[in-house]
Design a protein around this ligand. Structure first.
Ligand code: IPE
Ligand code: IPE
Ligand code: MG
Length: 261
């Protein structure tokens, strides 16, 4: 594919031919996966954890340095209390049992979201896993839990307002960067590729600010079925796109020639 692009003289639609550095995923479809098999929804969530393991392995193997996963939205509290309860137990168990394995694979784990709403046990396990893995470099795995894009932006605004109130920032100077450095994802580059499994084509209050120029990929594949092959399809789709960021295709090609010269 790389050859195609670099040797193409005329009509080939030029993709980036590069892997995304940051993939952000809405892991949807666990419930339906279970329902189709006559199993309880929680069985789908458990299988979803296996797909998380696959995702981490694919990113580590391919050298994709940032993976962000939407695990629980600020709206998911509206689910039946028993499902919420079981999801919390699954989250706690995963934090407890997988932290060491992540660490052994040089994965840095971080959780973004309004974690004060979680039990003290979960908060402690989050702290412990984040501390254990804080110096790891191969993969930055970020779990969005009790996360909402609007919550994130509102919180950033409050922090910017505090800087203004403290006299550290002139309101007339507030920039996109000022908001950006107060977002919960400030330590991450913006996502290059967004994936939503499970067939729905919506953002569901995930990374609203951060997805401004992200390539969007929607698939009917349910999250527990999102295996290595499904990853290939998503990554190939990304690599065949031309990211223009407002420029024309010719401008982008010209810049590519200069970079490749
Ligand atoms: C995504 O799967 C996991 C969470 C939101 C926790 P769902 O539970 O939304 O699965 P469906 O959409 O009902 O199939
Ligand atoms: C989005 O999935 C949240 C997560 C995957 C954690 P939902 O299944 O909750 O989204 P909606 O409610 O269908 O939009
Ligand atoms: Mg869903």
């Amino acid at each position: 594919m790389t050859d195609d692009i670099h040797n193409s003289s005329t009509e080939t639609i030029p993709g980036t031919a590069e892997l995304p550095a940051h993939v952000a995923i809405i892991m949807d479809g666990n419930g339906r996966w279970a329902k189709r098999r006559g199993m309880p929804r929680i069985a789908g969530h458990k299988r979803g954890l296996e797909a998380v393991r696959t995702a981490v392995k694919v990113c580590v193997d391919k050298g994709i340095p940032y993976l962000t996963l939407f695990a629980f939205s600020s709206e998911n509290w509206r689910r039946p209390p028993t499902e919420v309860q079981l999801l919390m137990e699954l989250f706690a168990n995963a934090l407890e049992s997988k932290a060491r394995k992540l660490h052994d694979n040089d994965v840095r784990l971080r959780v973004v979201g309004d974690i004060v709403r979680f039990s003290s046990k979960i908060r402690m396990l989050i702290n412990r896993a984040e501390n254990l893995t804080r110096d790891n470099k191969t993969l930055n795995l970020t779990i969005a839990a009790n996360y909402g894009g609007r919550w994130d932006i509102a919180k950033a605004c409050r922090n910017v307002a505090l800087e203004v109130a403290n006299g550290d920032l002139d309101p007339n100077d507030i920039s996109e960067q000022d908001l950006g450095r107060h977002l919960s994802t400030r330590f991450l580059p913006e996502p290059d590729l967004f994936v939503r499994t499970g067939g729905e084509q919506r953002i569901s209050n995930f990374l609203l600010w951060q997805l401004a120029y992200t390539e969007l990929y929607f698939t009917d594949t349910l999250w527990p079925d999102f295996d290595a092959e499904a990853w290939e399809l998503a990554l190939n789709s990304f690599m065949n796109r031309q990211r223009r960021f407002g420029q024309t295709g010719d401008q982008v090609m010209g810049a590519q020639k200069i970079t490749n010269a």
